[in-house]
Design a protein. Structure first.
Length: 325
């Protein structure tokens, strides 16, 4: 009698648990196509890394992944869409340090807080950038750059792919550390900025080594330094900016990451993180990321901490440079 009563209570408890569990969490994940939202146009660096993530999910979760590019406001439009989505693992974000850390510091219209309103899944890759000069600028190295700009405050300009972008903040950190005055010229993306730099319409810029490569080879740009703490494997002759005494301690690399709406169920988060780690351990995947100009992550980095740390950095730089969009 006691055993029978216990069994009935167990069945009732189990039924109650099922009743309060959302239907999407009761099924085996993934049970339908996953939408991977990318906040930039096809062909750019975030899009390239996002499509690598899509392939990882396809292989390691046996999932159907639909990539949706939704460009706007340096990735904020796409991120807001994901923030507002159901936390069921079927709407995910392949994003960058822009919308996952930087834009909150300057975009007064941004409604979400990346550190609170998203579930960080994992870091996919670092996105090193390079401080370059146009061929028309009479400098060949960091010493000459610092000396020239100090002697001519306000005479020279630098381009960025938009207010609040990682390259924008990276350049402002150069100005802050070295005490330089260089005029900021914001563009709507990197393509026009890169063309203008190569044509002499702007003097300096922070761009990806991949984008800079052809211009460095044909002599239309000169590499002065990289934004990572150490030199890059493919550019051993280009110093890290922090090697210069006036820029000691400089380090501000962008990054690519993978996130979901907040309150993602732990079991779904675990599956997505395991898939990302497995994918990033694949030599073919790592080669693809490197070919896009990125430095592959391992998938076990603390993305939540990285978001909080970089948000603080960007907020400090925004206050220093009085950046508001």
């Amino acid at each position: 009698m006691l055993a029978s009563s216990f069994s009935r209570r167990a069945l009732v408890a189990a039924a109650a648990a099922v009743a309060v569990t959302p239907l999407w969490a009761q099924s085996s994940y993934p049970a339908k196509p996953i939408r991977l939202v990318i906040g930039y146009a096809p062909g750019g660096s975030v899009d390239m890394v996002g499509r690598v993530i899509a392939d990882i999910l396809t292989k390691h979760l046996d999932a159907t992944v639909v990539v949706e590019n939704q460009a706007g406001a340096a990735g904020v439009v796409a991120a807001q869409r994901v923030v507002s989505s159901k936390p069921d693992g079927y709407t995910l974000l392949a994003g960058s340090s822009n919308e996952l850390a930087g834009t909150k510091a300057v975009n007064t219209a941004q409604k979400y807080d990346p550190s609170k309103d998203l579930t960080p899944i994992g870091l996919a890759a670092l996105a090193p950038n390079m401080w370059v000069a146009g061929a028309h600028v009479p400098v060949k190295n960091l010493d000459e750059f610092v000396a020239l700009v100090k002697k001519n405050p306000g005479k020279y300009s630098y381009g960025s792919p938009g207010i609040g972008s990682t390259p924008h903040f990276s350049a402002e950190l150069i100005k802050k550390l070295a005490g330089l005055y260089i005029t900021h010229v914001p563009y709507r993306g990197s393509a026009t900025m890169t063309t203008d730099l190569g044509g002499g319409n702007v003097d300096f810029a922070i761009i990806s080594p991949l984008a800079a490569g052809p211009f460095l080879q044909n002599g239309r740009m000169k590499a002065l330094g990289v934004t990572t703490a150490t030199r890059l494997p493919g550019f051993k002759d280009v110093p890290a900016l922090g090697e210069h005494p006036a820029l000691k301690g400089y380090s501000l690399a962008g990054w690519f990451a993978f996130a979901a709406p907040k309150d993602l169920p732990p079991e779904i988060l675990a599956k997505l993180q395991a898939a990302l780690r497995a994918g990033l351990a694949d030599p073919v995947i790592r080669q693809r990321l490197e070919a896009s100009g990125a430095i592959p992550a391992k998938g076990d980095e603390n993305l939540a901490q990285l978001i909080r740390t970089d948000m603080d950095k960007y907020a400090d730089l925004a206050a220093y440079a009085k950046i508001v969009e």
